[in-house]
Write a protein that binds this ligand. Structure first.
Ligand code: RIB
Ligand code: CA
Length: 315
């Protein structure tokens, strides 16, 4: 059983990732911290509480509201035509009786890392602001967690917010640079693989047909929320009745890294030159004692196996 903390900007694909994690028997969600991005951090936390209720996961999951702006105080959220006014495709899920934990998100991350004594896996599906703030408070954090798995970045494919940058990395590039260079055992799941992985109507039809009674509401929610996301992919990518699989792929890889192939790289993120903001910079010249700084960049994925597994938890 992997013990994970999810840090999310709970949009449509984040919400599917979170439902997957809550449903998987191989994962235990120790908590969810939220960040601005697809919507505000408080809205994201409210979405998480509703998703936890919807999942019927059978255990308590603390939710903590995190950063509402970048490390440098900028607020930029995604336009509503991507994830809807509420981040989850304008679907209104039943309210939760629970409230977010009143605690600083960085402190929550540090507390969980201490509590789990090297076992915690942190999965980020939004900006890296909360994790960077945790690092500012305790630079020894990388030695206290098992791994960080991050959905973000693009290496050999174009970005989705600029020719060189992906949204989660661009959205707080300085935070991303701090995290990349901090010495975490880190896996980066970027657009190179998430744009090779698709959810189509067929997966949704099959999920509806084969889901358990207990998962019926969750599957209905996914279908409804994806309507807007499919439309966004049609307008922006010319894709018909399908979407990329960004955030769920990070969760799937956190659970089973054998879904991907990796290249070890020393990497940082450009955050000063405006035209290159969010671009990942790699350096292959360092070796030997500096190799511990390398991160594992996912360069290939078994997309069919990943998508099959994604929907298998609803059976
Ligand atoms: O670039 C894709 C990422 O941006 C995903 O995490 C999506 O949810 C958005 O935040
Ligand atoms: Ca996200």
């Amino acid at each position: 059983m992997r013990r994970i903390l999810i840090d999310a900007d709970t949009g449509i694909d984040d919400s599917i990732a979170i439902l997957y994690a809550l449903k998987s028997r191989n994962l235990h969600v120790e908590g969810i911290t939220t960040c601005f991005g697809n919507s505000g951090a408080a809205q994201s936390a409210d979405n998480c509480l509703r998703l936890i209720r919807l999942s019927r996961c059978g255990y308590e999951v603390p939710v903590v509201v995190g950063a509402e702006c970048t490390l440098d105080g900028q607020v930029e959220t995604a336009p509503a035509h991507i994830h809807g006014e509420n981040g989850i495709g304008n679907v209104i899920l039943p309210e939760s009786a629970r409230k977010p934990l009143e605690m600083d998100a960085a402190d929550f991350i540090l507390r969980k890392a201490e509590e789990l004594d090297g076992e915690l896996v942190i999965v980020t599906t939004g900006r890296l602001t909360n994790l960077a703030r945790a690092l500012e408070k305790d630079p020894r954090l990388p030695g206290k967690v098992k791994r960080v798995v991050t959905m973000g970045g693009c290496m050999d494919v174009p970005g989705n917010v600029s020719p060189v940058a992906e949204a989660n990395i661009y959205g707080d590039a300085r935070a991303a640079d701090m995290v990349f260079r901090a010495g975490f055992h880190m896996i980066l799941v970027g657009l190179d693989v998430t744009t090779k992985t698709f959810i189509t109507e067929k997966e949704l039809d099959d999920a509806e047909r084969y889901c358990s009674e207990e998962s019926r509401d969750a599957v209905a929610y996914i279908r409804e929320a994806l309507k807007l996301y499919f439309e966004y992919h049609r307008l922006s990518e010319g894709m018909v009745h399908r979407s990329f699989v960004h955030d769920p792929l990070a969760l799937l890889i956190a659970e089973d890294a054998s879904l991907g192939e990796y290249k070890m790289l020393r990497a940082g993120v450009e955050y000063q030159a405006p035209a290159f903001r969010g671009m990942i910079l790699t350096d292959g010249r360092f070796r030997g004692e500096m190799d511990h700084d390398e991160i594992a960049v996912c360069v290939r994925v078994d997309a069919d196996r990943a998508v099959r597994r994604l929907f298998s938890v609803f059976h």
